[in-house]
Design a protein around this ligand. Structure first.
Ligand code: 2AL
Length: 245
């Protein structure tokens, strides 16, 4: 065990402050003693990320927060949007591990059952989620990706959001024959425990999974390899990353 607290910077790539607060609370709830969680969102940028354009627009802000966290001594980073925007670029800029919530959720789910279903926001995010499952080598475990039709920001305001997500998860389990549910949006993090009670199967929230993964890797004394692909880039677009200070 290390003596110093583990400092995790959780970056919400969208600029909706209420969602950043809720993401921070979910991360702190699992972080455990000796772990300090700071949750931040970029200055400006999209209020929600549900399209390729919004995802692309979010990346400079995410990288700026990673650089700032690196400068301030964060030990690890979580990118708390299910598209994992800027994940690989962030790994070039940070010394500590950088964990995306989609990757953490899908890898965790693969430990827990034969196959998982992802329940997400809008239909237009389904293809990208499949792309991520393939990129992470988890296509065999991902049995389906299902949209609820709820836009990200309405997860906080829609009075039937919980019932809709619950219904979509039940239908997904029936259709896919899955035995684990993955929540496909950081804005669903606070629904996780109740869904798990109601569904009777493991429900994986990526914010929690990524936070615990980040902490574990730091406690194991592990960092991103700087040997080749993730070595510091010649040109950092948003200030300076690791090895430059
Ligand atoms: C997300 C998410 O996690 N945050 C955001 O703004 N959009 N994911 C999604 N599938 O819509």
């Amino acid at each position: 065990m290390r003596g110093a607290p583990v400092r995790i910077l959780v970056v919400n790539p969208n600029s909706t402050e209420s969602m950043t607060a809720s993401i921070g609370a979910c991360a702190r709830a699992v972080a455990g003693p000796g772990t300090l969680v700071e949750a931040v969102s970029p200055d400006g940028g999209p209020v929600s990320i549900e399209s390729h354009v919004e995802e692309a627009l979010s990346v400079p802000g995410v990288l700026a927060q990673i650089v700032a966290g690196e400068r301030d001594g964060a030990d690890a980073f979580v990118i708390a949007c299910f598209g994992d925007p800027g994940l690989l670029a962030a790994r070039e800029l940070a010394t500590g591990p950088v964990i995306g919530i989609a990757e953490a959720a899908m890898r965790s789910a693969a430990y827990l059952g034969r196959g998982f279903s992802v329940v997400t926001t809008l239909e237009r995010t389904v293809g990208h989620t499949w792309d991520l499952a393939r990129a992470y080598g988890l296509e065999r475990h991902c049995l389906g990706v299902h949209a609820t039709g709820i836009p990200v920001v309405e997860l906080e305001t829609d009075p039937v959001a919980y019932a809709t997500v619950l219904g979509a998860a039940r239908a997904a389990m029936d259709t896919d024959g899955s035995d684990v549910i993955v929540l496909g949006c950081a804005g669903m993090a606070d629904l996780c425990a109740r869904l798990q009670d109601d569904l009777g199967v493991p429900v994986v929230d990526g914010v929690a999974a990524a936070t615990v993964t980040a902490r574990s890797l730091v406690e194991l004394g592990l960092t991103t390899s700087g040997r080749s692909e993730f070595a510091p880039p010649k040109q950092a677009p948003v200030g300076q990353g690791r090895g430059c200070h």
